[in-house]
Design a protein around this ligand. Sequence first.
Ligand code: ADP
Ligand code: MG
Length: 630
Amino acid sequence: MKISLLSADVYNRIAAGEVVDRPYSVVKELVENAVDAGAAQITVEIEGGGKKRIRVSDDGGGIAVDDLPRAYAPHATSKLSSADDLFRIATLGFRGEAIASIASVSRMSIVSRTKESGEAYALTCEGGVLGEVKPAAGAQGTVVTADELFYNVPARRKFLKSDAQEEADVTGVMARFVLSRPEISFTYLSDGKVKYRSFGDGLESALAAVYGAGILENCTEIRAEKHGIRLYGFLGNRNFYKPNRTWQSLFVNGRYVVNQTVGAAVTNAYASYLMKRQYPFYVLFLEIPPEAVDVNVHPNKADVRFADNQIVYGCVYSIVSAVLDGNARALEYLAKAPAPLQETVSDGTVIPPAVRYAQPELSAAAPSAPERAPMSYGEAKKQLKFDVSAAGSAEPVFLRPGTAELEVRAPSPAAEDAFEENRRYLREQEAKARQERVEPDTLTYKGELFRTYLLYEAGDCVYMIDQHAAHERILYEALKEKTERRAVVSQPMIVPFVISVNAQEFAFLQKNFNILRDLGFEIEEFGGTSIKISAVPSDLMGMDLESFFGDVLSTMESLRAIRLADLLKDKLATAACKAAVKGGESLTEAEAYALIRRTGGDTGLKCPHGRPAVVTIKKSELEKMFKRIV
Ligand code: ADP
Ligand code: MG
């Protein structure tokens, strides 16, 4: 056997799998380079979900003609010169491997012109093989194009997802760039259609570019500083919630991350305002001293490690909950209040804001907290023990000391289990019920109680039916049966229902269009990431589409375990519930007979949620009540 060294080309193709595995990661690397180059305007164009083409153009500093070949070289970077620099990373990219990796698995070209040079130069690279530097036409800045990603690595190409899914993920990455770099003007196009256009004039405007201007009405802008940690951005109002976490963005020191500690702190602050499966909307920026955070976790894993989770948890939790609860302290956290940020100068002294936002009624009512100089991060850390034990201290460093980990609510699999359990229960109940049937034609309708319970008599039994529960069950069964036979009747709606969702949600729904159509929904794309529903299953006319789709979208993240079709049936049970006759509605005698006939005389009937729809009372039980028999 011979041990051979991997050629640089092979090494790069393997390594490319780490940094670059999908179009969105290519976009991320290229846009980061454009940002690092000091661009004010960045245009991102993708075709075929980025599989066919990714092009990033910027108006940044450009690459000098002599440096062009070096840009493609592995571990070549202009951003680090010594190992010491690693500790002071200001730029986004620093490993010098992105361009080399992408170039080894695509057909790439770079056209660039520096400010100093009057001319642009181009250099292509196909599957890692460099071409020649040639003069080209181009404005100041750089245009990097990566075509046919993984064209030379079929094994990796196979793992790319559908165009729509890849596009959705690129869109997710672009949303984060627009939000995290509000000073840069971004234009993002997919297959020639503009998806985002931001103007580089601030965070509020960036938020509107990503979510539509309407979002601003539902958010509160905050800008807070506590113990040397800065938290700013937009928090969805208390009654504004989303069906999943794709509406939450957190940036730590400028990087998008998904972080448990901060996530749990925000979620717990909202806990009393939102119900299960309702998720807050937020776009938050956390700035924390670089020495207290480790960003170099993994090139592709967007997480950070904090030196002290409790400080971060405590700060975020107390800021967000103060704002949500609307307490007096929140005033200093609101961005709209003209309170300048406390400034920490280089030697660590904190300069308190010169002007405090004054709102007479509120600040008068607030208990005057003892004056205390704001602490720096380091001081807060030192005083950790003191503050935790100082019960009743006016401004505890940690609202719930030591419980941060306990309070992390992992996305529990309980919902899925309960779902399966529920179904098993229903199946058992159904089996039992089949053995307890009464022939509907033998029943005599005797009237109603409280406009809710219908009374029927047969032989020596009285049957009481909960009209709502029974009707619900009937609708549900009919629908289930029809979907199984694929004979659903769609009922067109007079006014179509249009929902606007984000890119991930859009891709999810799109992937499941067929299942929804089988169920009787007429559903189609409606421009951008909007979806139009123009017909619903006829049994469910009048259903609450908004909450139905909210429920469907809330399952996006836990969907691996459940089949959407099953899940939709469950949702339809809920919808059936809403469409069924309610308690309190009087039925005519004919309707009462019709209802009992449609139950098939099943005395063990349950509503789709498992509550009984029929209660049987034997004559002998009545006789016992009246002590006729003992
Ligand atoms: P890194 O960003 O880690 O340095 P890359 O492989 O992403 O490594 O880029 C290599 C080098 O190419 C960069 O250090 C930079 O000098 C140059 N470069 C890449 N893209 C651009 C761009 N859009 N504008 C200017 N220079 C660029
Ligand atoms: Mg880079």
